[in-house]
Design a protein around this ligand. Structure first.
Ligand code: ZN
Ligand code: ZN
Ligand code: ZN
Ligand code: ZN
Length: 227
C-alpha cells in the first residue's frame, strides 16, 4: 500500500495540527492544555503521577496516539485501550515486552509508573499469527490531578489517512486484501469500484478505518477510542 509522509493529527486541547514529533513538543507547551491542567488542580481528586505516552505502529510509524495515563493504572488498561482504538478483530492473545535484545514479557498487572518511566520503550504485540506490533514510548511524567475520570486521556491522534482508488484515483474508502495478497495491487477502492469489485475469496472489500491493523485478519474497525 502506498505510504505517505508524516501524517498530522489534531491537539485535543487547542485543535492545532502537527506531526507526531511536533505534537510531542507542542503538548509540553500548549497554553490550552496548561489551562486544563490548572483547572483540574482546583477540582476534587487525588494528585498522582501522570505519564505522557506515545504509541505508534512499529513499522511505518504513521499511525500514532499521544496519551496521558495514570501511573497507578496498569498495562491491562493500556492493552484494553489499544485493542479498542486500533486492534481488536477476534480476541487474539497479546503481550507487552521490554523490546530489543534479551526482551522479556511484562505482566499485565504491572503498574504504569513501574514499567514506563521517561525514556522507556515497550513493544506491544497483538495476535501471534498476523501480528500487529505497537511501540509505546514514555515521554515525560508530571504530578497532578487527572483531566478525566479514566485511566487514559487521548491528547492527539493521527488524522485518517487519505488513500486513492486504484481504478479511478478518487478517494478510497475500501480495501481488498485479495488484491494485495493475490494480485500485487494496492487494493484501495472508492465506493463505486468497491461495489463492482470482483474479488470475494478474502471476504470482499472492507471499510478503511483509522488503524494500523487495516488489511490484517479481516480487521474492520470501528477504531474508535473507548472513552
Ligand atoms: Zn494544543
Ligand atoms: Zn483476528
Ligand atoms: Zn474508483
Ligand atoms: Zn480485489
Amino acid at each position: 500500500m502506498a505510504k505517505m509522509s508524516k501524517p498530522r493529527g489534531k491537539c485535543a486541547f487547542c485543535g492545532r495540527e502537527l506531526t507526531r514529533g511536533g505534537m510531542t513538543r507542542h503538548l509540553a507547551a500548549c497554553p490550552e492544555r496548561k489551562e486544563a491542567i490548572a483547572a483540574a488542580e482546583q477540582a476534587q481528586g487525588r494528585r498522582q503521577q501522570l505519564h505522557h505516552l506515545v504509541a505508534h505502529d512499529a513499522g511505518w510509524g504513521g499511525y500514532w496516539l499521544h496519551l496521558e495515563m495514570s501511573g497507578a493504572s496498569n498495562l491491562f488498561e493500556l492493552d484494553d485501550y489499544l485493542r479498542r482504538i486500533w486492534l481488536e478483530c477476534c480476541g487474539h492473545l497479546s503481550e507487552f515486552t521490554t523490546g530489543g535484545w534479551g526482551s522479556r514479557e511484562l505482566s499485565l498487572r504491572s503498574k504504569i509508573s513501574t514499567v514506563l518511566q521517561p525514556g522507556t520503550t515497550l513493544t506491544h504485540l497483538y495476535d501471534f499469527g498476523t501480528t500487529s506490533y505497537t511501540t509505546i514510548r514514555s515521554i515525560s511524567v508530571r504530578r497532578g490531578k487527572p483531566l478525566n475520570e479514566h485511566p487514559i486521556l487521548l491528547m492527539a491522534r493521527n488524522n485518517p489517512l487519505e488513500f486513492v482508488c486504484q481504478e479511478c484515483g478518487q478517494p478510497a474508502t475500501w480495501l481488498c486484501t485479495e488484491c494485495i495478497y493475490e494480485h500485487e495491487q494496492d487494493g484501495l477502492l472508492c465506493d463505486t469500484h468497491a461495489e463492482s469489485h470482483p474479488h470475494d475469496d478474502y471476504g470482499g472489500p472492507m471499510p478503511i478505518v483509522n488503524s494500523p491493523r487495516i488489511g490484517m485478519c479481516g480487521y474492520c474497525g470501528p477504531a474508535e477510542p473507548p472513552y
